[in-house]
Ligand binder design. Structure first.
Ligand code: C2E
Ligand code: CA
Ligand code: CA
Length: 773
């Protein structure tokens, strides 16, 4: 979508999946990449969890616990087995040794008894036989004790056989003993030898038993080693398990938690496009997804709010905020672009700045105001007006390039920031807009021709800030409107200066009376025949605090516009009447001196102003019968009854009325007859050519004739040379005023003049000089 107006919307923040609907509303809900991690979803929409931290960590703890238990059990059983093994070997060995030792002792005894029987020593044969039986029983018992191993049982059997065979061979075995008779001493060595053989075999058994004991102990040691190895193995498994789970903890617990934390920080810092990478779909994965969907919602809301804050809801155009931002960025860019190399003090003399420095930039601003939009609203209703604004916005969009910005400032006012590409691009844009408006708009079947007034300003190196550019374009627009509708006006600095000067003056004028900044000069009016000072005209001046002394032509028209003429006029009348009354009192020669005060038409047309004048005239201190009020002919022409009613109201206080600048206002002689006037002041333009200019002299003569017929006094204004004076005297003009006689002077100067002279001219026809001349 082409949305050049979207400046405030961070482009990075706009996800590509966000569909931008005209006019750029971000409706697309963006769940972010997290939503795509698994396709599995429950019926409520929440994804099914495939991993479980709880399960995993329960498993890990069970495993560690089992390893611990196995270790303990293995240790206990191992120690037990080893001890038993050694104990068993020792006990066996003791039993074997005892059995063999017992047999051996009895064999020795039995052999001694056998030897006695062979030597015919009488002994108890039954005891001998009993002993023989006991020994056999002992052999049987030993055979039960001795193990098969190490040939112990076989050796025992051999020893028994050797013993039995030895006895049998010498007739000493069992029943043989009964048949034994005679001395058989000779057999004793052989008998002893068989006994020795049995003993030797029994000794073998004892050695074998010792060997078995040795082996048993050795086996115990071996077992103990095996238990140690087993325990070490278990320890290794435990250590491995710890490392394994530590790694998994880092991967599935620490990193996701860290990621969540970072995500929260990013969100906090306003990065709404940040999404957390979901590592695994477990509890933390769910949390991450919840975070991502929350961030997506925040992102969408942010876009929505940003859009609403930056766009005009009716036309979808950017609003004033965006326009201001764009202008600000244009100015800021310049500051940023001009690097050290571009700074004039670092550049070689005469070289132009590289890139586009401020002086190269010519961005322009066009302000567009629909002409007579109020009429559209009045005739088509507000809905019709809205439709027109929307259509107009579309046409305006079509008149700019992609990187320009069209904004609605409010109401029927639009603005375009025309981006820099050299030349006066605003002229082109204005031309295109005027072309685009040639076709009428069609609103509810009504075809409507619309014109706009356009003002433009081009940014220059002197433009200080966006506000100044805006002011300039605004002013140009105002001028365009002022000069007639449907126009385009480029900002003109001189016109602007005049205008701002007037605006400043206008503001100061409001306080001029109160601040005591007004002064009065007085210009004498002379009786031409006698040369006597008949009266003075009060002329206002403004001592402006910064601009100095300003003449009435510089501020009276402005005061008429603002309405300040009311208080100013009252101040003049009040001050002038008091001053002149004081002069009348103090100077013996000017006892009849009158004062003439200029009135503006505004003072006559408003009831409030008129009443204010009446209050002053009602005050006896102002001596209204010595006051002449001057009203211009043109001023009277503007009021419906020619100001007659107003003038009559004032006349009732005893003042006289003079028609000022007579001859310039095209009033017919017939209207002059109905005016409640007492005096005509002939405009100085009638004197400018005389006496050389014969038609002008004739005109003068005519006016004087009419005045005489209507019984009006006459004052000729602008007498600058004696030729004019002589002509007026010869024509019989009553009074005159002009630089030849006396210019306007401040009140102290005039007060002093009045105190010293009563005549400014010698009487007509005399050659004597005037008093003061
Ligand atoms: P105005 O009523 O025609 O006043 C006479 C103006 O002509 C004065 O100019 C005066 O200085 C000038 N003038 C006098 N003699 C001569 C002369 O021989 N030759 C030439 N060329 N000019 C002469 P100023 O004081 O600048 O006043 C200009 C106008 O301002 C007055 O014209 C009057 O219309 C208006 N004005 C002055 N004071 C007031 C006031 O208090 N209230 C109002 N409403 N208007 C005033
Ligand atoms: Ca005047
Ligand atoms: Ca005049």
């Amino acid at each position: 979508m082409r949305n050049p107006d979207n400046k405030l919307v961070d482009p990075a923040a706009v996800s590509p999946s966000t569909p931008a609907t005209a006019p750029g509303r971000p409706d697309g809900r963006n769940a972010g990449p997290a939503a795509d991690v698994t396709g599995l979803q429950t019926r409520t929409g929440a994804p099914i969890r495939t991993g479980s931290l709880q399960r995993e960590w329960s498993r890990a703890f069970v495993l560690v616990l089992v390893a611990l238990l196995v270790g303990v059990v293995a240790t206990v059983i191992g120690v037990r087995v080893v001890t038993d093994q050694i104990q068993h070997a020792a006990v066996q060995h003791r039993l074997e040794s005892e059995a063999v030792a017992e047999i051996r002792a009895d064999l020795d005894d039995h052999e001694q008894a056998g030897l006695q029987l062979l030597a015919e020593v009488p002994i108890d044969t039954s005891a001998f036989l009993q002993q023989q039986k006991d020994i056999s029983a002992q052999f049987d018992a030993a055979a039960g004790i001795l193990p098969d191993t190490y040939g112990m049982r076989a050796t025992l059997r051999e020893a028994r056989t050797a013993w039995q065979d030895g006895l049998s061979a010498h007739g000493l075995w069992d029943s043989q003993v009964a048949g034994l008779h005679g001395n058989r001493v000779t057999e004793t060595p052989a008998f002893a030898a068989s006994g020795a053989r049995s003993r030797a075999l029994l000794a073998n058994i004892r050695r074998a038993s010792l060997d078995a004991l040795d082996d048993g102990v050795a086996y115990g040691v071996e077992l103990q080693q095996m238990v140690s190895i087993g325990r070490t193995g278990l320890f290794a498994v435990a250590v491995g398990g710890v490392f394994f789970f530590r790694r998994r903890m880092t991967k599935y617990l620490m990193r996701p938690v860290e990621g969540l934390y970072r995500g929260v920080l990013k969100l906090q810092s306003g990065d709404y496009s940040h999404r957390i990478n979901v590592v695994r779909n477990d509890e933390l994965g769910q949390l991450a997804e919840a975070f991502n969907s929350m961030a997506a919602t925040v992102h969408d809301n942010h876009l929505e709010l940003t859009f609403r804050a930056t766009h005009d809801p009716l036309t979808g155009l950017a609003n004033r905020v965006v326009l201001t931002e764009r202008l600000a960025s244009v100015f800021i860019d310049d500051g940023a672009v001009a690097g050290p190399a571009d700074r004039p003090d670092r550049r070689p003399a005469g070289s132009r700045p590289t890139g586009s420095g401020p002086s190269d930039r010519r961005e322009g601003l066009v302000i567009i105001d629909v002409d007579d939009f109020k009429d559209v609203n009045d005739s088509l209703g507000h809905n019709g007006g809205d439709v027109l604004l929307v259509q107009l916005a579309q046409r305006l969009r079509g008149c700019v390039r992609e990187h320009d910005l069209v904004a609605r400032l409010g109401g029927d006012e639009f603005a375009i920031v025309v981006m820099n590409d050299g030349g006066t691009a605003t002229d082109d844009v204005a031309g295109r807009i005027q072309d685009a408006l040639r076709d009428p708009f069609s609103i509810d079947d009504v075809r409507l021709k619309v014109t706009v007034s356009m003002g433009a300003a081009q940014r220059s190196a002197e433009t200080a800030d966006p506000a100044e550019l805006m002011r300039q374009a605004d002013f140009a627009m105002y001028m365009a409107k002022h000069n007639g509708k449907g126009r385009y006006q480029l900002f003109d600095a001189r016109g602007y200066d005049k205008m701002t000067y007037r605006a400043a003056l206008r503001a100061d004028l409001a306080t001029a009376v109160q601040a005591g900044q007004l002064r009065l000069d007085y210009q004498p009016v002379v009786e031409l025949r006698t040369g006597e000072i008949a009266g003075v005209e009060a002329l206002v001046r403004w001592e402006h605090p910064t601009l100095g002394r300003l003449g009435p032509t510089e501020f009276i028209p402005l005061a008429e516009e603002t309405g300040d003429i009311g208080p100013i006029g009252c101040w003049v009348l009040d001050t002038a009447s008091r001053h002149v009354a004081a002069w009348r009192r103090s100077s013996g020669t000017a006892g009849d001196l009158w004062v003439s005060v200029n009135l503006s038409t505004v003072q006559l047309s408003s009831d409030r102003n008129l009443a204010a004048l009446e209050r002053i005239l009602a005050d006896p201190a102002s001596q209204a019968d010595k006051v002449i009020l001057e009203v211009t002919e043109s001023a009277l022409a503007t009021s419906s009854d020619g100001g007659v009613a107003a003038l009559n109201r004032l006349k009732s206080f005893g003042v006289r009325i003079a028609i000022d600048d007579f001859g310039t206002g095209f009033s017919s002689l017939s209207t002059l007859a109905v005016l409640p006037a007492d005096i005509l002041k002939i405009d100085r333009s009638f004197l400018s050519g005389v006496p050389g200019d014969a038609p002008a002299a004739a005109m003068l003569e005519g006016i004087l004739e009419v005045a005489r017929k209507l019984n009006l006094g006459v004052i000729a204004e602008g007498i600058e040379d004696t030729g004019q004076l002589d002509l007026l005297r010869s024509l019989g003009c009553d009074m005159g005023q002009g630089f030849l006689l006396a210019g306007p002077s401040p009140s102290p100067v005039l007060g002093a003049l009045l105190a010293s002279v009563s005549h400014l001219l010698p009487p007509a026809g005399s050659d004597a000089p005037a008093d003061g001349a």
